[in-house]
Design a protein around this ligand. Sequence first.
Ligand SMILES: [Zn+2]
Length: 238
Amino acid sequence: MRLLIVRKGSLQFLAMFSVAVMVIKFLSLHPVSNIEIQNVDMSALSGHSIVIDPGHGGVDNGASANHVIEKEITLAVSTKLAAVLREHGATVTLTRDSDLDYYTRGKGGKRNDLLKRIEIIENSGAELFISIHCNAFRSEKLSGAQVFYSPKFPESAILAERLQQAIKVISPDNKRQAKKDSAILLLNGSKVPGVMIETGYLTNQQEAVLLADNDYQNKLAEYIAKGLAYHFTSNVAR
Ligand SMILES: [Zn+2]
């Protein structure tokens, strides 16, 4: 009889535990509505510490198409994003704030550039990082911003989902989903969770024009910041 009671108790515990897990999963991954993103309380950014990594720079132009150069767009969007986050009380470290690179001479130069960025991220003491890039493809048809994350960190997956949702508010036609990628050195080599945002395709003429536009860059920065604020709000609520 005693055994039976214990069993019943543990079954109840198991049931409650499963429900709790389901609720947590729902809270962390339920699709964010546009209204939730638009009306998010930006003060949630206050006190958080974030690294922004403007992709490429210096000798490394990144992709270029339609007269737009990736390293210039990544720096412009990153600088604007840093300003929005600081305005709302976040501490921001940029891996670069001018047209420079961390390449070393000879073989492994590119890898060393990325390792240096990882070192900056880890030494900053930040809780997460966002790397900003632009995409390119041989077909000019592809378009749309997309957020990548490493499967190594559960938080990166949640952050990526939220940032993907936030970016879609300004481009409702974008059907892209957050995507895991275990081959990106910056995401997988770092001990800090983070995401990479491919802000759009330079090889798509319309998107290249948008990405080079000051107002669009401001909008991107604003909505990435809103996505981050939503991320912090939801984590506290949980
Ligand atoms: Zn890039």
